[in-house]
Design a binder for this molecule. Structure first.
Ligand SMILES: Nc1ncnc2c1ncn2[C@@H]1O[C@H](COP(=O)(O)OP(=O)(O)O)[C@@H](O)[C@H]1O
Ligand SMILES: [Mg+2]
Length: 226
């Protein structure tokens, strides 16, 4: 087995509302070996996005520990979290979050700029990634000029631009029809393996779950192997 790239240990997260305390993640454990493709399934509202957001350094972990490569994610301050998100993690969401005033290739380059990569190299990487997701003919299109599936493919390319060890995808095809969804999934799996990244993906798609190295179901705040 490859060495672990992510170790989540006894992660507990609850939300306080006026009426009650919702226990969403309950001493959840997860170990993900390098280069594995992990799928997480579960009912709507069970805490899948909360888990992914915590792993990605976007949400407060509550209690427990998260170790991702050299990063002790639960102990990082804001600057450490920004570095972790910028260098170690690539994120793909259900909505593409492409900036509307930038072309596809500019959107893909942007996170590399933010890490201080020179324009020429950022452009080379972005073009290569857009070829990898079969958008070589759409580089200079604005998001509004792309189809839903094309936007998600651009979002996949953008997630890979800083060569992240860990790619987190939260229902990346949740807004797409089955044919576009299959295309995005195929391209996502293929770039993940080309770039040697590890993938953790939330999806409802059983077909995709069967292609993963491991599929888990989030039930009562814990992950159960499918
Ligand atoms: N900031 C918050 N305050 C209170 N409840 C929240 C908050 N964020 C999420 N929740 C609740 O936590 C549960 C899990 O949400 P989420 O992780 O988005 O579920 P999933 O992605 O599995 O659909 C839901 O019941 C949701 O309403
Ligand atoms: Mg969700």
């Amino acid at each position: 087995m490859n060495k672990p790239v992510l170790i989540v240990d006894k992660l507990t997260r609850s939300f306080e509302t006026a009426a009650e305390r919702l226990l969403i993640l309950d001493e959840l454990d997860l170990v993900v070996p390098e280069k594995n493709r992990i799928v997480i399934l579960g009912e709507s509202g069970c805490g899948k996005s909360t888990l992914l957001n915590i792993i990605g350094g976007l949400e407060n972990p509550g209690s427990g520990s998260i170790t991702a490569g050299p990063f002790k994610v639960d102990r990082l301050d804001e600057a450490g979290l920004a570095q972790y998100r910028g260098t170690f993690v690539g994120l793909v969401f259900q909505f593409h979050y492409l900036l509307k005033d930038f072309t596809a290739v500019e959107n893909v380059m942007l996170p590399a700029f933010m890490q201080g990569v020179k324009k020429r190299e950022a452009l080379e990487r972005a073009k290569q990634l857009l070829c990898d997701v079969k958008l070589e003919h759409r580089m200079d299109h604005y998001p509004a000029q792309l189809s839903g599936g094309e936007r998600q493919r651009a979002a996949v390319a953008r997630a890979l631009i800083n060569q992240p060890s860990l790619v987190l995808a939260d229902e990346p095809t949740g807004n797409l029809d089955p044919a576009n969804s299959d295309t995005v999934m195929d391209l996502l799996f293929s770039v993940i393996s080309d770039y040697g990244s590890t993938l953790i993906m939330v999806t409802h798609d059983q077909n995709t779950a069967s292609r993963a190295d491991s599929a888990y179901r989030l039930v009562n705040g814990k992950l159960v192997l499918q």
